[in-house]
Structures are given as C-alpha cells and as structure tokens.
Design a protein around this ligand. Structure first.
Ligand SMILES: *Cc1c(COP(=O)(O)O)cnc(C)c1O
Length: 393
C-alpha cells in the first residue's frame, strides 16, 4: 500500500466566485483558521468572526436571524433542541436559592426539569394554573426570579391568561419566559405582550418537516442574552449545522404551512364535532372551547393547527381508531407537513395515574391532532371514518 499523499490532508483554497450562491451554503466546519494571533485576538475582542463551531457557526446565525425576524427581536441563538433552549435559560440565569413558578401543564420534559432537576440544584419551584393569573400571583415568594408559561397547553389546548400573568410578572420584576412553540409568532407575539425571554422547539412547526431537532431562545435584555449564550456554549447545547440548514430551508415556507394547517384545523374541528361517538372537540376556534373568549383576545383569529378530541369508549376504541387510520402517523410529535395523531394516555402522559389524567380531562378516548397540509376534505373523511370504526369496537 502506498503512503497517503500529503496533499490529501491539506485543504485547497475554496473556489472564489464573483457571483453568489442563491441557496444558503452548508458550512459544517468545526474550526476556523486565523491569519495570525493578533487578528484572532481582535476577533475575540469584537466578535467579528467565527472561531469554533460550539461557540457559533454561520448556519446557526442565519437560522437565528430568521426566527428573530418572526419574533420581532434581534440577538437570538439556536440550540441543539427545544429542551436545550429551556436548559440554557435555566442554567444561564438561575442560581441556588432562586424560586421559579411554572405552568402546571408545561411540556413534559420542562415539567420534569421543574419538579425534579431544578430542585437538585437548589432551585425551588412551584406549579400554578396558567388559566388563572391569581394562582401565579399567590405562588410568588420573595426569591421568585422567573415565571415559565406556554400560551396553549398540550394536549388540553387550554389558553393561558397571558395578559394577567404578564402584568403580575412585569409589576414585580419577575422574568417572564414564554415557550411559543405551539402558537408560533403567527398566532402570538410574546414580546409585544410583556415577555422577557422567548423560546421555541424549532423541531416542530418552524422547521416543519420532522427531520431536524433544534431550539431557539432570545432575551430582550442583552445582559441576560449573554448569560444564556454562555450557558449554551459552556454546557454544549450547540446545534448541528446540517439541522440548522434544514430548518432554515423549512422556515422559508413556514407562513404558508402554518396558514394552511390552521385553516384545515378550523374545518376539521367543526366537522368532527358532528361525528357520532365524538364527546368533544377542543380547538380555540370553537365557541364551546373553555377559553374561547380569552382565545379571541390573545390569539385573535389565529387559533393554530393543534386540536384535541375525545371519543366514547376506552382503550379498545382508541386502538381501533388508530388502526383504522394507518396512513396517519400515530406519533408523539407535532408540526410536521403531514398530520400526526397522538394518544396522551399511552405516550406523553403515561406516567400519570388514570385519576390524574381524568382531572386533566384526558381519558383513554382522548386524542391530539397536529394538523398538516393534506387536502382538508380527505383528512376529514379519514379521521371521521376512523372514529366510526372505533365506535364498533
Ligand atoms: C417539543 C417541545 C419542547 C421540546 O423540544 P425538543 O426540540 O423536542 O427538545 C418544548 N416545548 C414544547 C411546547 C414542545 O412542544
């Protein structure tokens, strides 16, 4: 075997071109070389370039800037997952002895962090009902540093009293953190409504194709943002350039996808309410939604693409329903181009006792639908037929 020619391990000059690529280039490099130590010094001093991918890279910057634009801010960063965004906020800002109030129906892993992980680090936490701002107020202690809220709860689709909670947080100087994953900036703009920090699971609607796992976080205050950025790079929550590239590509059609999926969700919610065997349909567009008026006030005419429904019958009906719709992925995620169906009792909320689930209105016949981009008529038929089958079980 001949020796590897030395030249193969040397990188040639990148071909230069007067014309520029139209599509965003993918830049997977881990490190960047500098002409000499003084220019590297200069770069660290003024933040004028990239040095090492964990600290930042062009595909992350391009993606973050696009999401900044949607949220109406500057300075956001992307993270390796939505949970990395949550972690960067907690690890960057909180210290032992602080107290955090969180909504009692936060995303499962965020809830776990509140109840199990933050307490391990000496951070006190209290859960409160986000549909009742008074319960957040009642939970305040002298050391309360932060409130964490999702605008629309999963999978019960309840709408938080954002106005009431923001007023209390702002008046008391408590940081308001809003996870805007379900609502997206198309339905709700947290910074126009008193939020201090906004985060996303970009994995879901923003990237939108179920092929990239990413988060995003931004704080209005540059000092807080710096603390979050430092936690992100120190704890290693960096996003992969390829995932950022995919998400940036997906984001180009985000507004079209969201509008279409939302319009279909409104139609589907209306249609399912008339299907035999359906006990209730939960979507903010419906007048019988428990927070319908608050929804109008907070989301306006943008009720989103997430809905839930409950059918008669127990697990047997649930099994029959999913089996009767084999082309609808039965999968615990949301925001894909295709509609997905999830069954909280066997997935996201399986750790709860049946009684605790019942308290949340989540029976064995409870399903959550993330509405995608299918032809509305076909989707309505498919789900209605599956419900009809479930009622024979
Ligand atoms: C999925 C999700 C997360 C976590 O995001 P990952 O990208 O899966 O880590 C956080 N909050 C909400 C509301 C989510 O739906």
């Amino acid at each position: 075997m001949s020796d590897t020619p030395k030249s193969l391990s040397r990188r040639p000059e990148w071909p230069t071109s007067v014309s520029r690529p139209v599509a965003t280039p993918l830049q997977p490099t881990v490190v960047y070389s500098s002409p000499d130590p003084s220019s590297l010094d200069q770069q660290y001093a003024d933040g004028s370039g990239f040095t090492y991918a964990r600290e930042g890279h062009p595909n992350a910057t391009v993606l973050a800037q696009k999401i900044d634009m949607l949220e109406g801010v500057t300075g956001g960063i992307v993270n390796g997952s939505g949970m990395a965004a949550v972690s960067a906020v907690f690890l960057g800002i909180l210290k032992a002895g602080d107290h955090v109030i969180g909504a009692d129906q936060l995303y499962g892993r965020t809830l776990r962090m509140m109840t199990q992980d933050l307490p391990r680090f000496g951070v006190e936490t209290t859960l409160a009902d986000p549909t009742d701002a008074a319960s957040f107020e009642a939970a305040i202690k002298p050391n309360t540093r932060m409130m964490v809220v999702e605008v629309v709860s999963n999978p019960t689709i309840r709408i938080a009293d954002m106005e009431g909670i923001a007023k209390i947080a702002n008046e008391r100087g408590i940081l308001l953190v809003v996870d805007n994953t379900f609502t997206t900036p198309r339905s709700y703009l947290p910074f126009e409504n008193g939020a201090d920090i906004v985060l996303h699971s970009v994995t879901k609607l923003l990237a939108g194709h179920a092929d990239a796992t990413l988060g995003y976080v931004v704080a209005k205050d540059p000092e807080l943002m710096e603390q979050i950025y430092i936690a992100n790079t120190t704890f290693g929550f960096t996003a992969s350039p390829f995932d950022c590239w995919l998400a940036e590509r997906g984001l180009q059609t985000f507004d079209l996808r969201y509008d279409r999926a939302e319009a279909t969700a409104i139609e589907l919610a209306a249609a399912l309410a008339d299907v035999k065997g359906v006990k209730r349909v939960i979507h903010p567009s419906r007048a019988d939604h428990p927070d319908h008026n608050r929804g109008l006030q907070i989301l306006g005419d943008r009720p989103g693409n997430m809905l839930s429904f409950e059918v008669e019958g127990g697990r047997a009906a649930a099994d029959a329903l999913t089996r009767a719709a084999p082309e609808l992925p039965f999968a615990p995620t949301l925001g894909d181009v295709g509609t997905t169906l999830s069954h909280p009792a066997s997935s996201s909320h399986r750790a709860l006792t049946p009684e605790a689930r019942a308290d949340l209105g989540m029976s064995e016949g409870f399903f959550r639908v993330s509405v995608g981009l299918e032809e509305p008529k076909l989707l309505i038929e498919e789900i209605s037929n599956a419900i009809a089958e479930s009622q024979k079980a």
